[in-house]
Design a protein around this ligand. Structure first.
Ligand code: MN
Length: 129
């Protein structure tokens, strides 16, 4: 089923490839180039998922995730972090900030969409225990 995805990514090449792969699989992608714009868009329209670059100018992706998670209306929206940082602890930091998944750049075009969609229902099932 088609998903509407908010992509928060400042790098044009990453944006192009990510959008191409997702749209090629039938999904809809809305783009924001920085954190504040992404937060604003996320608050105004309903998205099935948020793809979040961690290395953003100004406000980091971790901070964006924390703000998104602080809003009850967005509590159910899965957030997948995408980062080129190869540092130990990034994954844990992303999860602690409220992300549901973590993908490393460079992304693998063969598996990217499936890797993203694996987290699509991260917040809609298995929480009621
Ligand atoms: Mn970036």
């Amino acid at each position: 089923m088609s998903a509407t995805i908010l992509l928060i990514e400042d790098n044009e090449q990453n944006r192009y490839l990510t959008t191409f792969l997702l749209e090629h699989s039938g999904h809809r992608v809305i783009h924001a180039a920085d954190g504040p714009t992404g937060i604003d868009l996320a608050s105004r329209e309903r998205y099935d998922m948020i793809l979040l670059d961690i290395q953003l100018p100004g406000m980091s992706g971790y901070d964006v995730a924390r703000v998104l998670r602080s809003r009850p209306a967005l509590a159910h929206v899965p957030i997948v972090a995408v980062t080129s940082y190869a540092m130990v602890g990034d994954r844990e930091t992303a999860i602690l900030a409220g992300c549901d998944g973590y993908l490393e750049k460079p992304i693998d075009p063969e598996t990217f969409v499936a890797d993203v969609m694996r987290h699509r229902h991260a917040r809609s099932a298995g929480e009621a225990t």
